[in-house]
Design a protein around this ligand. Structure first.
Ligand code: NAP
Length: 336
């Protein structure tokens, strides 16, 4: 790893990957984008500028896999999927090539609770190859884990952690709206939840990360995913209507239990037209403390920023698989 500009490969160019690439290219003094990868044949072979919608060219041509990148690189900015089952082989390849990783894979944010074998495998490989692997994002990775952990630092004792995130899905990217089931029938929604295609991934990871930081053992996490039903709604900016009885989005709750007591409880409301969007965290303890972020944290920009703002803290970290609680906070740049 060189001491100056970090050489980064943008891996996955969906809406989040494109935002990451744009931001990385804007930080020319600190970051050099040396490669871009996506499996979508419609963008492979194009200059990165035309894919992410900026003036170009950048000289970086999108390739279909890592073998196409001929430059040496320091770090991969990875944004392809939520699940370890689909990202595992790429992560193993990054380790073997000696590349640090900042990823948006939700299940990687704190894999020690639900995927301990996988976490051990990646941690061992990362250490053998001298690289650091971190997954970040707005959630998991910030609102419902980093913030409560940081807030708890001023408490002499904690009895419970509560969190609520309400967001209007129309302010988010299309893949996000799809994951909330917008426009589906209730039957389609319930099938999607059963098959794991719908619903927020990451509440368990956030709960496990907070519990681990607060030195609390979690026996289990219980989750309920319910549809928010439309009373009839015309989507602003389009002529589409979500008919009465169809799905506007998701209400998802998760409870972390210790000794049959609820110690961490989270509620997420993510649907079209949600009113009073906000993030709210309460630490029930001594003292009791609540932080509310009016309008909520804008998830897509926050996630891309956290990835790019994590490059330096990952580069300077000891090798291994780490979570956001293990490193100094991500920080942006101040340009007056
Ligand atoms: N932690 C958080 O808070 C947070 C926040 C936002 C997003 N995320 C996660 O970040 C990921 C990216 O978000 P998104 O909305 O941009 O997702 P997306 O629309 O699914 O984009 C992913 C992109 O990666 C490509 N891709 C998939 N597998 C690949 C592979 N093995 N190699 C190279 N490219 C591959 C996809 O190509 P195809 O379209 O051709 O498959 C697509 O272009 C998602 O998993 C999302 O859930 C996490």
């Amino acid at each position: 790893m060189n001491g100056g500009r970090k050489k980064a490969i943008c891996f996955g160019l969906g809406p989040i990957g494109c935002s990451i690439a744009k931001l990385a290219l804007m930080r020319k003094d600190r970051i050099e984008v040396v490669g871009a990868i996506d499996i979508d044949p419609n963008i492979v072979g194009k200059d990165l500028a035309s894919v992410i919608g900026i003036d170009g060219p950048t000289g970086v041509i999108v390739k279909s896999d890592l073998r196409g990148v001929t430059h040496d690189a320091d770090i991969v900015l990875h944004a392809t999927g939520s699940f370890l089952s689909s990202t595992r082989s790429d992560l193993i390849e990054f380790c073997k090539k000696g590349l640090d990783v900042v990823s948006t894979t939700e299940e990687l944010a704190f894999p020690w609770y639900r995927h301990a074998d996988y976490a051990a495998e990646i941690d061992t490989l990362a250490k053998q190859n001298g690289v650091t692997i971190l997954a970040v994002g707005v959630n998991p990775g910030f609102v419902l884990d980093f913030i409560p952990i940081a807030l708890s630092g001023v408490c002499s004792s904690v009895k419970k952690v509560k969190g609520e995130r309400v967001l209007d899905s129309l302010t988010r990217r299309l893949p996000f709206q799809r994951k909330t089931g917008l426009g589906l029938t209730v039957d389609e929604f319930e099938k999607g939840v059963r098959e794991g295609r719908l619903g927020h991934v990451g509440l368990e990871e956030s709960i496990a990360m907070v519990a681990s930081a607060l030195n609390c053992h979690i026996d289990k996490v219980e989750q309920i995913v319910s549809p928010k039903i439309s009373q009839g709604m015309t989507l602003s900016g389009s002529h589409s209507t979500i008919e009465k009885g169809k799905v506007l989005g998701i209400i998802q709750t998760a409870r972390g239990l210790f000794d049959q007591k609820e110690v961490i409880s989270y509620r997420m409301e993510m649907y079209a037209g949600a009113e009073n969007p906000h993030d709210s965290i309460t630490i029930v303890g001594e003292p009791e403390i609540t932080l509310c972020i009016p309008n909520g944290t804008p998830g897509d920009l926050a996630t891309a920023s956290l990835v790019v703002n994590s490059i330096e803290r990952v580069v300077e970290a000891c090798p291994g698989l780490v979570s956001t609680k293990d490193l100094r906070p991500a920080s942006s740049v101040l340009i007056p």
